[in-house]
Design a protein around this ligand. Sequence first.
Ligand SMILES: [Zn+2]
Length: 235
Amino acid sequence: MIGVVLSAIGAVVTWNKGPEFGSHWYPLLLVVMAMPCAWMGGKLFHEAGTKGALACGESRRNGPSPVGKGKKTMADIPVPNGRAAVIDTFGDITAFIRSDGTLSPKWEETKIRRVTLPRPLPFSDTATDVTRVTCHVLIVDTLRSALRAIDDAGKWPALHSYGGGFNFRPKRGSGEISLHAWGIAWDFDPEHTPLGGKGNMDPAIVEIFEANGFFWGGHFKGRKDPMHLQYATGT
Ligand SMILES: [Zn+2]
């Protein structure tokens, strides 16, 4: 818009300056020519802003999100129920599996992002701290809100440790691809929450995750997986 304003000022200033400034159509032409440039600039800026919103570590929303307080917003992705719905919502990973059985790096490039934790968490069984965790690009905000709510509730230390997020592997004990491969599942405190056991995940942590749409593996109908949280039900 600056171009338009400057040209318009130029038009007014030079309008009655006599023949050395050219005829009257010349300043008008400058105004007309500045219009598409201003419009293009605005459009490019808008698109850059839209792309930036998808990057991990960035938020579509400004300021604190209300999701962590148990409220849902329009920006939330509905929790898929069943495998077909997972594929519908988060993408068909089988299309990215190469003939040798490995996953094309394009899947991770296009679908997986990293969310910065409210504070570091030890990686299970190591002395290394994790500062970011992986997740599907569509639920960056949802996961971040849940983790912040856990921290806000003073429950961060009760998470104990991080066991992993995005991981292309079969679901343990079945031929199905694990939901970890979609970046919609995470394990916490694997040392104290073995597969098949009751586990000891803090009920307040489970409650916060569930209020944000996540499903806890400790509530699986069959074999319990109390270290596991996923953004899907029925699978
Ligand atoms: Zn898991």
